[in-house]
Design a protein around this ligand. Structure first.
Ligand code: ATP
Length: 408
């Protein structure tokens, strides 16, 4: 492995960015992202690089710091944009909100400019800290995989080409090249978990690269689990917004593989961004083993000897807001809804009873009104046959299911 951090980052950029013609750089002004900006600039050649700084407005100097990154970008002939965060009176964990807002602002910016991906300046130290924080929380293989070098989130691709380089190496590189950066005082504030873990790593003299390697081994183990779950998912059948898994191969698989498949199935049916809580999934797995019907995060799971059917839970579908066109219940594209019609759901509840409700109307009124039924049946009420004017298609297909099985 070449000793120079810049060479190693160039090699990582070759591997991760391929020949993407336009990339974004997220630069806070801290040492890591300033080094990334310089090193990516040397590497870029004919590629278009653009820089953005999110001004969270949480410290008095934040606007001046963002402007400073603008000056440094100009020196390198790179276009720069400041993205201000408008924090509209939200309460709760400020750091988590700031992180979420930063990713959202950066992904919107990157899409606006047609950028293929955004580069982030996380280092082996950030990876080691993340691993230790997750270890302390009792995380499993997924959590201990810490940060991936490439990731899709918020409709954007994120690349971390510096995960195998240590912060100290980058600081030396910056000093050697006479390059300035901004020291954020919150990086030393031990009120933050991450800072406390950083200090613990230092005081125990733990090897940051070895910790980061553990994260890489965990990623490999996770990939193997995903691969096993993917082979099992090949038996799945998709029918009218439902998934049917083969009961026989599901029953024979190890619990961790069954858990992954069930999480993916559940997310596929509902379109949820996040997986259901681990305990609720384990509870559902137990019910399946006993052959009992169970609900999980807005889905209804109906096990039988030879198949397990995962459908949208009717009560959850009925809570979805009314729609006249567009996407309904995060599952169906409704391109044309005939005049005077509205959307309703029909399904079976956990006791096997058919629910016959729609949009909160009493049954008699609902029966009298023209409605489109979605769910286990797709018909126009009260005629109980497909409405000729209806154009409707599912928002997800089998390829999306496979993507979810591999997602982390
Ligand atoms: N305000 C910001 N504007 C743009 N990008 C940011 C901002 N804050 C963080 N990032 C991006 O996320 C990465 C990781 O964030 P983190 O909070 O660990 O970094 P930092 O301590 O702010 O600064 P640095 O990593 O540059 O030393 C940064 O390297 C940078 O790519």
């Amino acid at each position: 492995m070449p000793a120079n951090p810049a060479d190693r980052i160039h090699a990582a950029l070759d591997r991760l960015a391929g020949d993407a013609p336009a990339l974004g750089l997220a630069v806070s002004g801290g040492g890591d992202s300033v080094a990334l900006m310089r090193i990516a600039r040397e590497w870029a050649g004919d590629r278009k690089l653009m820089v953005a700084t999110v001004d969270h407005g949480l410290r008095p100097d934040s606007a001046a710091e963002a402007a400073q990154v603008g000056d440094w970008s100009r020196d390198l002939d790179l276009p720069h944009e400041v993205l201000p965060w408008q924090r509209d009176g939200q309460t709760g964990n400020l750091m988590a909100q700031a992180r979420e807002a930063r990713m959202r602002l950066l992904s919107d910016w990157a899409r606006r400019h047609g950028l293929a991906a955004v580069l982030l300046g996380h280092t082996a130290d950030d990876q080691a800290e993340t691993l230790m924080m997750r270890l302390a929380r009792g995380s499993g293989v997924d959590g201990l995989s810490a940060m991936a070098e490439t990731r899709e989130a918020m409709g954007m691709r994120w690349l971390r080409p510096m995960l195998r380089v240590q912060r100290a190496e980058l600081r030396d590189w910056l000093r050697e090249h006479g390059i300035d950066w901004i020291d954020d005082p919150s990086n030393d504030n031990s009120n933050f978990d991450r800072v406390r873990f950083r200090q613990a790593i230092q005081s125990l003299q733990l090897d940051v690269s070895a910790l980061a390697r553990t994260a890489t081994h965990m990623q490999e183990a996770r990939d193997a689990l995903c691969h096993a779950a993917l082979s099992l998912s090949k038996d799945a059948v998709i029918a009218r917004g439902r998934l049917i898994l083969s009961g026989r191969s599901f029953g024979k698989a190890p619990q961790e593989i069954r858990r992954r498949l069930l999480v993916a199935a559940c997310r596929w049916v509902t379109g949820a961004d996040y997986p259901p809580r681990r305990n609720t999934v384990l509870h559902a797995l137990q019910a399946i083993e006993l052959g009992n019907r169970v609900t999980l995060d807005g889905t209804m799971i109906d096990p039988a000897a030879d198949r397990i059917r995962i459908a949208r839970e009717p009560a959850a579908a009925l809570r979805a807001p009314d729609a006249t066109a567009g996407i309904w219940d995060n599952r169906w594209n409704i391109n044309s809804l005939p005049d005077g019609h509205h959307i309703a759901a029909l399904g079976t509840d956990s006791l096997g009873q058919t629910s016959w409700r729609q949009s909160g109307l009493p049954r008699d009124e609902a029966a009298a009104s023209p409605a489109l039924w979605l769910g286990e049946q797709l018909v126009a009420a009260p005629l109980l046959r497909p409405h000729p004017g209806l154009r409707i298609s599912p928002t997800r297909d089998a390829a999306d299911f496979r993507r979810l099985v591999l997602a982390h």
